[in-house]
Ligand binder design. Structure first.
Ligand code: GUN
Length: 293
């Protein structure tokens, strides 16, 4: 059976380190790191994620502000709030929770965030830095950054020459994940909905990252023996075995099957999910250190 990669425990370690470094920063006379989380509308999953981000920020000793805004607000009003946060010296990180309501251009809003406060790593400047290997000064998107940390825990820092297959090509996970693996000298293939014979391709992977948002799509016989499997999916599905109307969370990987063949695998929940929030804290702290000079 595969080693279970305990993302919850690794994430707790990251948060502990962020807390300690926050105290060190303040002992030097700097202000608290400030994180602003902006949510527009009432998507229930987004509300849960955002509450968790704000709570962890407080736990880290940050100045944490949350803007909960109505779904009907205009793009212009949202851009004005971003402008205020950009200008606020008490704020080091700005996160606008996605998805945004359809009448708001998410691309325009993301590009309005000051790149030095873009702790999600979605601004063109940060995307470009990651793409060109300027990792020292880039904000790297939190989910791929956290996934990378878990991969290094299992395989060590030298991933040179390993075959990595990333299933999914989103701007939030798939593409930045591929860039991080490439920067680590992996041979990287990005697969997606049009990929031919995905199962055969997946079987070539020493590192298999699933980020498609399709419950249990990656089956056990897609996994190369000994592979490291990172499951980014968080899907809520019906669980009639728990009672009528009950649900449960599953990943993009059929866990029970894949765990028989993989060398190591992340569970859902408790794998990549907690790492995303921990890396957001790490990015916000890094931004505060840069601002303090
Ligand atoms: N929605 C789903 N994942 C993310 C994320 O990492 N950042 C933001 N801002 N929104 C998301």
């Amino acid at each position: 059976m595969a080693e279970l990669i305990d993302g919850k425990s690794v994430a707790e370690g990251v948060v502990r380190r962020v807390k300690a470094l926050t105290i060190e920063l303040m002992e030097k006379g700097a202000q608290k790191p400030g994180l602003a989380v902006v949510i527009v509308g009432e998507d229930p999953a987004s509300q849960v994620y955002v509450a968790s981000k704000s709570r962890t920020a407080k736990e880290c000793g940050f100045h944490s502000v949350q803007h909960t805004l109505p779904a009907e607000m205009s793009e212009q009003e949202l851009l004005a709030i971003i402008g205020e946060l950009n200008a606020d010296p008490g704020i080091n990180g700005i996160l606008v929770q996605l998805p945004l309501p359809g009448h708001i251009d998410a691309g325009k809003v993301i590009q309005a965030i000051a790149p030095q406060k873009d702790v999600d790593g979605f601004h063109f400047i940060n995307v470009g830095k990651l793409g060109t290997g300027e990792l020292e000064t880039a904000f790297v998107p939190c989910t791929p950054a956290g996934s990378m940390l878990l991969i290094e825990r299992v395989r060590g820092k030298d991933l040179s020459g390993l075959n990595a297959v990333v299933v999914g090509r989103s701007n939030i996970v798939g593409k930045p994940m591929a860039n991080l693996l490439l920067a680590a000298n992996c041979t990287v293939t990005v697969a997606h909905s049009r990929t031919k014979d995905l199962a055969a391709l997946a079987r070539t992977a020493d590192i298999l990252v699933a980020a498609v948002g399709r419950p249990e799509m990656v089956r056990g016989d897609w996994v190369k023996p000994g592979a490291t499997v990172i499951d980014v999916g968080i899907n809520r599905i019906a669980a009639p075995e728990k009672g009528e109307g009950k649900t449960r969370l599953v990943g993009d990987v059929a866990y029970a099957e894949a765990a028989k063949t993989a060398g190591a695998i992340t569970p859902v929940p408790g794998g990549v999910g907690p790492m995303t929030i921990a890396m957001l804290m790490a990015n916000t702290l890094a931004s505060a250190y840069l601002a303090a000079g």
